[in-house]
Every structure is written in structure tokens, then in C-alpha cells.
Design a protein around this ligand. Structure first.
Ligand code: FES
Length: 145
């Protein structure tokens, strides 16, 4: 049911933890299952994501997608990070079972929420970034798929 990459990232998740005095943090919940994810970003003065950590109180697919998402945004500029969608994360994991697709939205939304927090703190605007929702509702998922 799960690809080897999903199993690998679930069993050995990368970048688990917290960043003290993070440049931005974002927490989102999935209204469907109640699972929660928090992302911490360390962003330097050139707007490059130097470090990223996450904590997930969620299912295996949420852990694996967060782990992969943190790997994908690390070292990237904030504009590049904005382009990393849940679809890109799923592709990097060789896919997820359809019932688990909603789990991958947590990582994307949490990264956006952390970028929003960073933008607020630094009074900047990030192109394409919208105010994050604290809960991902089913309605919004259906819009995406
Ligand atoms: Fe909740 Fe996967 S079942 S995030």
C-alpha cells in the first residue's frame, strides 16, 4: 500500500524537532482527522531557508510527507519553497494511497503558515502567500482535487 520511500520517511523521519527563536513557525490542523503539524523555519537575511524542523501529531502519511517536505524546502529560497506543493511532496515519495492524500496537505499548509509568520514578523510580503487557515476543511480539499 505504501511506497518504500513513504515507509522510509515514516520510520526514519528527517528534521524532527524544534528550532528555538525560529524565523517563522506555523501550526495547522486537519479538520478531517484532528491531526496537527507544526513547522519551524530558520531563514537567513538573504531569505534562504537554512534550517527547518517539524513536529507532527498525526498519522504515518503525515509524518512521511512532513519529513519529505522539510527535505525539499531546506536550502531553498522562500520563493522556491512557495512552489513546493503537496503534489510535489507526494511525487517525491512515489505517491500516496488516495485516502491519504489529505494528510499531505498538512505539510504544505504548515510551511505556508510558517512563511506567513516570518513575513508578519519582518513586515514583508511574499508573492502568492495567503493568510493561512488554522484548519484544513474538507471543502478546501475538494477544491484542490
Ligand atoms: Fe490525519 Fe493523516 S489521517 S493527517
Amino acid at each position: 500500500m505504501y511506497s518504500e520511500k513513504v515507509m522510509d520517511h515514516f520510520q526514519n523521519p528527517r528534521n524532527v524537532g524544534e528550532i528555538e527563536n525560529a524565523s517563522g513557525t506555523g501550526t495547522v490542523g486537519n479538520a478531517k482527522c484532528g491531526d496537527i503539524m507544526r513547522i519551524y523555519l530558520d531563514i537567513d537575511e538573504n531569505q534562504i531557508i537554512q534550517d527547518v524542523k517539524f513536529k507532527t501529531f498525526g498519522c504515518g502519511a503525515a509524518v512521511a510527507t512532513s519529513s519529505m517536505a522539510t527535505e525539499l524546502v531546506k536550502g531553498k529560497s522562500i520563493q522556491e519553497a512557495m512552489k513546493i506543493t503537496n503534489k510535489a511532496v507526494m511525487e517525491a515519495l512515489d505517491g500516496l494511497p488516495p485516502v491519504k492524500v489529505h494528510c499531505s496537505l498538512l505539510a504544505e499548509e504548515a510551511i505556508h503558515a510558517a512563511l506567513w509568520d516570518y513575513a508578519q514578523k519582518n513586515q514583508i510580503e511574499i508573492a502568492g502567500l495567503e493568510k493561512p487557515k488554522s484548519d484544513i476543511s474538507e471543502e478546501e480539499e475538494e477544491e484542490e482535487y
